[in-house]
Design a binder for this molecule. Structure first.
Ligand code: GRF
Length: 204
């Protein structure tokens, strides 16, 4: 059975594009729906141009609205790819263990409410950390807290700007998130996995 994925976005959608690239026809997973809390989210166009249902949530905290949508499209796995709002608790409960998120740091460091996009990289640079990374984790009722499925470390260079660091991390996100989805499709649910230079969670 092909795993049916919903991807939630709030902005540019480059991770969505990486998923669309990885999940070509014949792949063990397919993107059945794209959801956004913002009508102006650029990533919605990536879906529309490919004929994938793209839906703007009237109210992102309305659990019934979410559940109707996910059930209408027969969604097995919800992927948060630059989605900035908390998913309502009844949706988390209904899809427990079947919602994953990508975050541009080595969680639990530089995560939590308000820590997204450039803010994360600015905080990393300000801290003097020599490395940062990418985390894919299961989603629970709090921002960036759920069990880690995989992490990749990314070096911070002495003369890095926020933009340079963000670009280096994003490149890795575009590899790790599709790998997480393919591992979930192979296992029937999200599982810890390794990707080349990935540091599997159980080795830490
Ligand atoms: C990504 O770095 C993601 O980890 C973070 O927001 C960014 C979204 O980028 N939550 P994009 O919209 O996928 O390009």
């Amino acid at each position: 059975m092909t795993m049916r994925i919903a991807v939630a976005i709030s902005g540019r959608g480059s991770n969505l594009e990486a998923l669309l690239h990885a999940l070509r026809p014949g792949a063990p997973a397919t993107i059945a729906l794209v959801v956004s809390d913002r009508a102006g989210a650029m990533g919605l166009d990536h879906a529309r141009t490919r004929g994938i249902p793209a839906h703007v949530l009237a109210n992102a905290s309305d659990a019934a609205g979410w559940l109707d949508l996910l059930q209408q499209h027969g969604v097995d796995l919800l992927v948060l790819a630059g989605y900035l709002k908390l998913v309502p608790a009844p949706v988390i409960a209904a899809y427990r263990g079947r919602i994953i998120n990508t975050h541009p740091s080595l969680l639990p460091a530089f995560g939590g409410k308000g820590m997204y996009g450039e803010r994360v990289h600015r905080a990393v640079l300000a801290s003097g950390a020599l490395e940062t990374g990418v985390t894919v984790h299961l989603v629970d009722e709090a921002y960036d807290r759920g069990p880690v499925l995989a992490q990749i470390r990314v070096p911070v260079l002495a003369d890095d700007t926020v933009e340079q660091l963000a670009a280096r991390v994003l490149e890795i996100e575009h590899r790790l998130l599709p790998a997480a989805v393919l591992a979930a499709a192979a296992a029937g649910k999200p599982v810890p996995f390794e990707l080349g230079v990935a540091t599997p969670c159980h080795e830490r």
